[in-house]
Design a protein around this ligand. Structure first.
Ligand code: NAD
Length: 374
């Protein structure tokens, strides 16, 4: 089975879906691995490192020729895959809820699109879950970027010239990114508080030594379905806005991470709340690519409102390309190798994971979750 990896085409995408480490492992399974020239460059991986691992490196057309599997960070344009085997498997991010046109194009081209965003949140798929691996790094980077933007120190410092107060950091949304953001801000010495709609996060926040800020009633019990939040009632939203208004005025840094699958990100911070913050405060909105949690946030821009800087990247994991690529590539390897069938010479997916991630097959859109969402 030939595995092909092309250079990412999306603007600002610095990651790559294969590393020399995973190339070597795929080859050990019996696969042939081919990488487009320069595919690893922005993630600090030289073509020679792929060659040393046993992969071939060359132009795109040669790389995809007769490939049975294509790996990507973002799904390539299916037009770029001509020459691949009919029905080839393509494992990548497809952004399926928002990029219906790409899903349709994959169906028409006859490829088997495997959407890494749809990896089920079950224990055995944890090591295959790119959303978790990339969110983890994003939570870290958001705090580092906000700390860099903030004109003051994070830790309390008692010096001969007087005391510097610790920064107050508030994390909104305590999933994978939020937990890492709490841990990172704590490590930098900030006073950290956090909130979420899922009640299970209260203990997680406290176990990291941060203060939990919670609406007492109407939240989601436990972990929520599959660990995901849903749209909250109007009463809950009003209670949350009141609680946030009281708390946010005292914060120096706010990191927002709240997402709802298949929906725009919930709006958590209003212009009025921004106006209540001290000048010089910083808000980092990790949900900017999904529409943003913060009023006025614009991807890749520093917006100043009422003296407060609002920031967020269109692609946060791409800011840490060597690490995010290494984890992404391992997720892909863990996924495909778990189903590798020596006789078939490639992966044979089971129902639970295969049906969850498969978007298109045999010329049709076949994904139940996508069809349910209309
Ligand atoms: P996510 O990216 O979907 O959302 C981020 C956070 O925002 C979530 O905690 C969510 O509850 C919160 N949120 C949504 N709306 C909000 C609102 N209005 N106000 C405040 N917060 C709001 O979540 P995630 O990081 O992918 O993970 C969520 C959970 O799933 C975690 O508990 C994680 O451990 C679990 N998980 C499990 C697996 C697995 O078992 N394989 C994999 C990934 C995640």
């Amino acid at each position: 089975m030939k595995i092909a990896v092309l250079k990412e085409q999306a603007a600002g995408e610095t990651r790559v879906a294969l590393t020399p480490e995973t190339a070597k492992k795929f080859i050990a399974l019996g696969a042939e691995v081919s990488v487009e020239t320069g595919a690893g460059e922005t993630a600090a991986i030289a073509d020679s490192a792929f060659r040393d691992a046993g992969a071939s490196v060359g132009p795109a057309a040669e790389v995809v020729k007769d490939a049975g599997i294509v790996l990507g960070v973002r799904a390539p344009d299916p037009a770029a895959l001509s020459g691949a085997k009919p029905g080839a498997k393509v494992a990548a991010l497809f952004d399926p809820f928002r990029d219906g046109a790409r899903v349709e194009a994959y169906a028409s081209a006859g490829y088997e699109a495997l959407s890494m965003e749809f990896m089920p949140r079950i224990t055995r798929a944890q090591s295959m879950d790119v959303l978790s691996s990339q969110s983890n790094l994003s939570g870290y980077k958001a705090v580092i970027a906000a700390a860099d933007q903030y004109g003051r120190a994070f830790p309390m410092m008692m010096t001969a010239a007087g005391t510097v107060q610790a920064a107050r950091v508030f994390i909104m949304g305590v999933g994978v990114a939020g937990l890492q953001a709490i841990a990172t801000a704590k490590r930098l010495g900030a006073q950290v508080s956090a909130t979420d709609v899922r009640s299970a996060t209260r203990e997680q926040i406290e176990s990291l030594g941060a203060k939990a800020i919670f609406v007492e009633e109407g939240g989601i019990e436990g972990e929520g379905s599959g660990g995901y939040a849903s749209e909250m009632s109007d009463e809950y939203k009003a209670a949350q806005a009141k609680l946030v208004s009281e708390h946010i005025a005292k914060q120096d840094i706010v990191i927002t991470t709240a997402l709802i699958p298949g929906r725009p990100a919930p709006r958590l911070v209003s212009d009025e709340q921004i106006a209540s913050m001290k000048p010089g405060s910083v808000i980092f909105d990790l949900a900017v690519p999904q529409g943003g949690n913060v009023e006025g946030a614009v991807a890749d821009e520093l917006v100043t409102r009422h003296g407060v800087t609002i920031m967020g990247y269109a692609n946060t994991p791409a800011q840490l390309a060597p690490d995010s690529s290494a984890l992404f590539a391992r997720n892909l390897y863990n996924f495909l190798s778990a189903f590798w069938d020596g006789e078939a010479g490639g992966p044979v997916l089971d129902e639970e994971i295969g049906d969850a991630v498969r978007l298109t097959q045999g010329g049709q859109v076949v994904n139940a979750r996508l069809k349910d969402a209309g």
